[in-house]
Design a protein around this ligand. Structure first.
Ligand code: S3P
Length: 182
């Protein structure tokens, strides 16, 4: 396998993409990009603010534009948003320009992690504009994961992360990259 120029980390919200990405990048001597941070910087607003004021289509347009910029950079690990690959062009770009890695977790553990996380994900908000809780949160996670998992599973490498620390996930990712497959 030729040396990998770019690694794209995908997976559901809360799976740990943002904490694993800089660790993997550091170990490889690559730079690290968090797509959500890039969008927030570019539009000068928080993610919930962008969804509320500008609307999801503007968020997705910006996400796509910034991903295309990442795809021209050498030696980079990119943490995608959980919904980035909903755009078929984004999936194609990631598959063609780098190594796509899916961090996979079960819906129950995702819901558990998300309920403890910062409540900044509009896709998990209820009708009152605040984050869903308990069974309603788990139901939303299941639904979105069901819609998205066939796309996530197009990744070249799939890593099961349930019960693992960021350190352990990083080790698994690095050895899978070395082997070229999981
Ligand atoms: C989204 C995931 C978020 C962020 C936005 C939408 C999604 O990123 O891009 O809230 O549609 O799954 P994380 O996966 O980093 O939370």
């Amino acid at each position: 396998m030729p040396p990998v120029q770019r690694i794209y980390m995908t997976g559901f919200m809360g799976v740990g993409k943002s904490s694993v990405t800089p660790r993997v990048a550091k170990r490889l001597g690559f730079s690290s990009v968090d797509l959500d941070d890039g969008i927030v910087q570019h539009l000068g607003m928080s993610v919930p603010g962008i969804f509320e004021v500008l609307g999801e289509p503007i968020f997705r347009e910006t996400e796509w534009k910034l991903l295309q910029e990442c795809a021209t950079r050498p030696s980079v690990v990119v943490s995608l948003g959980g919904g980035t690959l909903g755009n078929p062009d984004a999936l194609k770009l990631c598959l063609e320009t780098g190594l796509l890695i899916y961090l996979r977790a079960a819906p129950e553990s995702l819901a558990r992690r998300l309920s403890r996380s910062r409540h900044t994900r509009p896709k998990l908000f209820g009708p009152d504009g605040t984050m869903l809780k308990g069974q309603a949160l788990e139901d939303r996670v299941r639904l979105l994961l069901e819609e998205r998992k066939s796309v996530y599973e197009k990744a070249k490498i799939v890593i099961d992360v349930d019960g693992l620390s960021a350190f352990q996930i990083t080790e698994k990712v690095l050895s899978a990259i070395k082997r070229g497959s999981a």
